[in-house]
Design a protein around this ligand. Sequence first.
Ligand code: A2P
Length: 277
Amino acid sequence: MSNETFKLNNGKQIPSLGFGVFLAQDGDETYNAVRAALDCGYRHIDTAAVYGNEESVGKAIQDSGIDRDEIFVTTKLWNEDIRARRTREALRTSLKKLRLDHVDLYLIHWPADGWEEAWGEMEKSAKDGLCASIGVSNFQIYHLKRLSEISETVPAVNQVECHPRLPQHELYNYCRNHGSITLEAWSPLGGSRKGASLRENPVLLNIAAKHHRSVAQILIRWQIERGIVVLPKSVHKDRIVQNEQVFDFYLTREDHDRICTLDDGFRYGSSPDTFDF
Ligand code: A2P
C-alpha cells in the first residue's frame, strides 16, 4: 500500500508516493485517473492551478468517499498570479475548484518575479488554515538561500524535476542540511516526450529484469529509497496500479550505484534558470 509516509520539517506526514496529474485533461480523463489512483491505494494527489484540472481532481476526491483527512492534496500557485500579486485569491480559487477548505501543501510553482511577496502571503494563508504546509517548486540553491534571508519559515518541500539523468544530488544535500526540506520528484519516469525515454534505458531495463519489475517501478522505488517523494503520472489504470506496487521489494546498493552512472544533467522540462512562462 502506498501509505508509507515521510515526516516533513514541520512534523506533518506526507505519503512518499503521490499521484501526478500534469497533462491529464480536465473532465473524464483526470476524474477517472484520480478515482483509479484512490481505489488502488494512493493517498496523495499532486495538481496545480495551471494544469487546469483541479475541478476534476476535487470531484474525484469527493466521489471516492474516502475521508478528507486520509488524502494528502497539493496544489500550486501559478506564475501569473505570483507576478500579479494575487496569491490569496489564487489559493481561494484553487480551494473552490478542489471542493476543499484547505490543501495539505501549497507550493510556489516557479520562482517567478514576485515570489518573495507570494511567500509572505502563503505564510499568512498557512496561519489562517487554508494550507497545512507551504513549500516551493523548481527552486535552485540560490533561490533557497534568498528565501532563508527573507523569511524564517523553511519550506516543507521543494518539488523539482528529478530522475536518474538529473538526480539532483547537490540540491538534495543542500535541502537536507538547511532545515530538512523534503525533495519531491516531478517527471520521475522521464516525462511524456517521445524519444529520449528513460523507460528504454538498458541499465534500467537490466535492473528491472533482475527484480521482475518494470522500469517505471524501479524509477519510483529508487526515489523512495533516497527519501524523495515521487510523483509519477499516468492516465492508464494498469499503469496507475503498477506504479503503486513498489512497496514489496528493495533495490540493492549495486542497483543504486548503477543508476547513479546515468547522471548526465539532462532535463526533460524547463530549467528554473531560463524558464520564460
Ligand atoms: P500515460 O499517462 O499515457 O500512462 P512522468 O511521471 O515522468 O511525467 O511520466 C509520465 C509519462 O510516463 C506519461 O507519458 C505516462 O503515460 C507514462 N507512464 C506512466 N506510468 C508508466 C508505466 N508504468 N509504464 C510506461 N509508461 C508509463
